[in-house]
Design a protein around this ligand. Structure first.
Ligand code: CMC
Length: 422
């Protein structure tokens, strides 16, 4: 059977045969026959906006791989910093490359004093940390003027290092400010996740040492969240990057996309939902309400995964490691009952709705004492490496500026009416 489709323009009988390559067809071939006829695809559910060698997802089989490596192996054996290197540079680092990378990231964790004192401390006392982080990315673009020179690979790399290194500092700074606590400077003797925990929780002790189980759990969560191919935030990164601004401005846009409850904001929404349900006894009534259209089951469903989200499977296991240290999150029983009820209900089965990465991550964050409004910030910290991997790839591909078409459904041409006559 030919791996191709034939399209015939019934207006003139002309045809074109287009090969199906890797499950898709090239719009360039379509254009040869039907140059002025566009696809209508709101939400890009059927449109590949790029080729990419970074992350592979097979939604039906529940497969997620970074640069070919299964997520399960990376979560088991790697570290977030190593994974960030893999995503950005394409290969796992050897010992020397890793030492250099680790050193660079460790020594770029500090932020300019004006970012903290003038900018971050200028927010209203109850500012949402994610709003602060979105703005901080944009602000950084005004501190590093050379970042605009995106054609220079060395300059590009410098900004990559700065962004990966500084995002935990900005995130912790946003949190400390929002709870009225003094800023904690990075501790370069700690690993990536432990340093972040130190900046979050250190009080008066000279050297903060986090619980290793919790630091490891956080590092695994960072690995799981580092990239997920063309999701809303990464697509935003690529769209913005295609007009060639500096990477800080791109990250501000990507982080804004991540902020929403349909995307990275879902982990926050899950906890709010579980609190609203309040008790295991109320789960069935809640699920009935969802089926009747009264809201969605937060942390369920995914545009790509239609079997299971492999990240959710790993996270569920880590949750138990964390609860051994912190004690069980009281919302866990509600979550388990909710999962069990939904997974045996035809509404969810027929729509292929399964727990996604956010369903259990919020429970872990909450057990580790992170305030709910820092959850999306915790997602953004590692996702920066994925955004930058895509930004670098986009520039190396020299891709055209993103400029989708639209189906115009507005008024026909009409004449301006003076205000007195309206
Ligand atoms: N609860 C109840 N029904 C749902 C849900 C849900 N969570 N998700 C989808 N549906 C239903 C939806 O109502 C529709 O039903 P029908 O065909 O009868 O109209 C059907 O399933 C298909 O939904 P869709 O909105 O067309 O699916 P989508 O691919 O556009 O949306 C999604 C994907 C993740 C936005 C959606 O599933 C959702 O809103 N989930 C809850 C929010 C969430 O957990 N987001 C985190 C996603 S994973 C992390 C990340 O990428 O940031």
């Amino acid at each position: 059977m030919a791996e191709s489709v034939t399209i015939t323009d019934n207006r003139n009988g002309e045809s074109i045969e287009i090969p199906i390559v890797n499950g898709g067809v090239d719009a360039g071939d379509w254009k040869k026959l039907l140059g002025n006829t566009w696809f209508y695809d709101p939400g890009f559910t059927q449109t590949a906006c790029t080729s990419s060698a970074i992350t592979e997802i097979d939604g039906d089989a529940g497969i997620l791989r970074y640069r070919g490596y299964p997520i399960e192996q990376l979560a088991e054996s790697s570290t977030y910093l190593e994974v960030a290197y893999l995503l950005i540079y394409g290969e796992l680092p050897n010992a020397e490359q890793f030492e250099t990378w680790k050193h660079e990231i460790t020594y770029h964790t500090f932020i300019h004093e004006n970012v903290r004192k003038r900018f971050m401390e200028g927010f209203h006392y109850d500012a949402h940390p994610m709003g602060m982080l979105v703005s901080a990315f944009g602000a950084l673009s005004t501190f590093y003027h050379e970042a605009k020179d995106i054609d220079d690979p060395e300059v590009r790399n410098k900004q990559i290092v700065r962004l990966v290194a500084k995002v935990p500092t900005l995130a912790a700074c946003a949190h400390r400010f929002s709870v009225g606590q003094p800023f904690v400077y990075p501790d370069n003797t700690l690993d990536f996740a432990s340093n972040f925990l130190s900046m979050m929780w250190k009080v008066a002790e000279p050297h903060y040492v986090p619980n290793p189980v919790l630091a490891h759990a956080l590092d695994v969560l960072f690995i799981l969240h580092a990239d997920h191919e063309q999701n809303c935030g990464t697509a935003a990164m690529r769209v913005i990057g295609s007009s060639h601004p500096d990477p800080y401005s791109c990250c501000a846009g990507a982080a804004a996309a991540l902020y929403g409850p349909r995307h990275g904001g879902a982990n926050e929404a899950v906890i709010k939902m579980l609190n609203e349900i309040g008790s295991v006894d109320n789960v069935e009534a809640f699920v009935k309400g969802v089926k009747e259209g009264k809201g969605r089951l937060q942390g369920f469903g995914h545009r790509v995964y239609k079997n299971f989200d492999p990240r959710a499977t790993i996270i569920k296991k880590i949750a138990y490691d964390v609860f051994e240290v912190t004690g069980k999150n009281p919302l866990l029983d509600i979550a388990l009952k909710l999962e069990e009820t939904a997974l045996s209900d035809d509404y969810f089965i027929s729509r292929k709705l399964y727990p996604n990465v956010d369903f259990y991550s919020g429970l872990i964050y909450q057990a580790m004492d992170f305030p709910i409004d820092t959850f999306t910030v915790l997602f953004a910290i590692p996702r920066v490496s994925g955004w930058l991997a895509h930004w670098k790839e986009l520039l190396e591909q020299d891709q055209k500026i993103a400029r989708p078409r639209q189906l115009y459904i507005g008024a026909e041409e009409r004449n301006y009416v003076p205000m007195v006559s309206r």
